[in-house]
Design a protein around this ligand. Structure first.
Ligand code: PLP
Length: 418
């Protein structure tokens, strides 16, 4: 805004509030635009490019047709919270109270924001495991909290070989620690934390009397491997002894039903924790889109009878294998994910010019879009500045795409790198 010093109402240059001042735009904005510019196959942003199941779309159409147009119950539309209690009760090994232990959120994203707003005081510390989903630090900072970072230590092989050094984790706790965020199955690595790892995390959490936000949005995308030791299975940290009272677990209809644009998520926890999350939620969106909640509720009611969750993980496992094989074939040494729909690759051998002031992983991801015609995401935004050097030789591809698109990506990768 121009400033006229002679005016009685001279304005100061606009400065955003401190809590947002340090934020750049997300990496996804740049790389989606780049994919469009170069007509690249977009294996960057993790959204399914295929149709959602008919049964959820039909339920949404019926809900709109039935005039479910007004504000929903703030904590969650009854049909959805009842369905969530039915699905998750057995998974948590308890009778869930649909009216007091579940909060429906605007995607898991709002669940993250509301949970952190509900638990974290200004000055509190929140432990984040790197690589982290890039929404966590932003939510911590907006609550006035301080993120404390502990990186998984990379090792060749599968995602399971990237380990959390428990001594390093123990050293990250301080008297100011309030919350630890676990993401399993994990984005962008695809690690599924083992029972042993979660037990060790739980022991530290209890010893320091803190809480856990368990982001389990990829809970149904787990790829069991009969040869793997320990066995690959999705463990909910809230089910470990003493953890129900300390854990808020988040889920997402966007991931589960391939409807990321619907932005329906949920937070599940004890009456006390869910109430705290609700206190924040009621002043963030107040309520979430009613007809879409109705549709997700109807879909969850049908999921077991349709064997939908097994179908989903088998469908994604085949896509993982398809992309993994071609990435291995063209020499990108992919890290095999045990869950989620992402694969990290090693780009260290590629001779890509890196302009001054640009991180190598960013330059390589731009090169993938412009020279190979396949867009990827640079993983440095998933690390704190002090640990970003760990991502110089990494790129993230996603496989939540139609087989046609994955085949076209394979063709382009083979043509340029094969
Ligand atoms: C680990 C993780 N958590 C949360 C989200 C956000 O979920 P939603 O789309 O339901 O807001 C994502 C989306 O990419 C994610 O990868």
């Amino acid at each position: 805004m121009p400033t006229d010093p002679t005016s009685a109402h001279a304005t100061r240059p606009f400065v955003p509030a401190t809590r947002v001042r340090g934020f750049g735009t997300t990496v996804f904005a740049e790389f989606t635009a780049l994919a469009i510019q170069h007509n690249a196959v977009n294996l960057g942003q993790g959204f399914p490019n295929f149709a959602a199941p008919d049964f959820i779309k039909e339920a949404a159409q019926q809900a709109i047709h039935g005039d479910l147009n007004q504000y929903a119950r703030s904590m969650g539309h009854p049909r959805l919270v009842n369905a969530l209690a039915q699905v998750y009760g057995p998974l948590f090994g308890r009778d869930l109270d649909p009216t007091q232990e579940i909060v429906v959120s605007v995607g898991a994203t709002e669940g993250i924001f509301a949970t952190i707003q509900a638990l974290v005081e200004p000055g509190d510390e929140v432990i984040l495991i790197e690589p982290f989903y890039d929404g966590y630090p932003a939510s911590v900072i907006m609550a006035g909290g301080t993120p404390v970072y502990v990186p998984l230590r990379p090792a060749p092989g599968t995602a399971a070989s990237w380990v959390l050094d428990m001594d390093e984790l123990a050293a990250a706790f301080s008297p100011r620690t309030r919350l630890l965020i676990v993401n399993t199955p994990q984005n962008p690595l695809g690690k599924v934390f083992s029972r042993r790892e979660l037990e060790q995390i739980a022991a530290l959490v209890q010893a320091h009397d803190v809480y856990v936000l368990s982001d389990e949005v990829y809970e149904w995308m787990v790829y069991p491997d009969s040869a793997a030791q320990p066995a690959i299975e999705h463990i909910r940290i809230a089910t470990l002894p003493g953890m129900w009272e300390r854990t808020i677990t988040l889920g997402s209809a966007g991931k589960t039903f391939s409807v990321t644009g619907w932005k329906i998520g949920w937070a599940i926890g004890s009456v006390e924790l869910a109430r705290a999350v609700f206190m924040a939620h009621q002043w963030i969106p107040f309520a979430v889109a009613t007809p879409l909640q109705e549709a997700v509720g109807a879909a969850l009611e049908q999921a077991a009878a349709r064997d939908y969750f097994n179908w989903l993980s088998a469908m994604y496992q085949a896509k993982r294998d398809k992309l993994f094989d071609v990435l291995a074939e063209v020499g990108l040494t992919p890290v095999r994910p045990d869950g989620s729909y992402f694969i990290l690759v090693d780009t260290g051998h590629l001779d890509v010019p890196v302009p001054p002031g640009v991180r190598r992983d960013v330059a390589v991801a731009r090169w993938f879009a412009s020279h190979v015609g396949v867009a990827a995401i640079p993983p440095s935004p998933f690390y704190s500045p002090e640990h970003q050097y760990l991502t110089d030789n990494l790129a993230r591809f996603c496989f939540c795409k139609t087989d046609d698109l994955l085949d076209e990506a394979a063709r382009r990768l083979r043509a340029k790198l094969g």
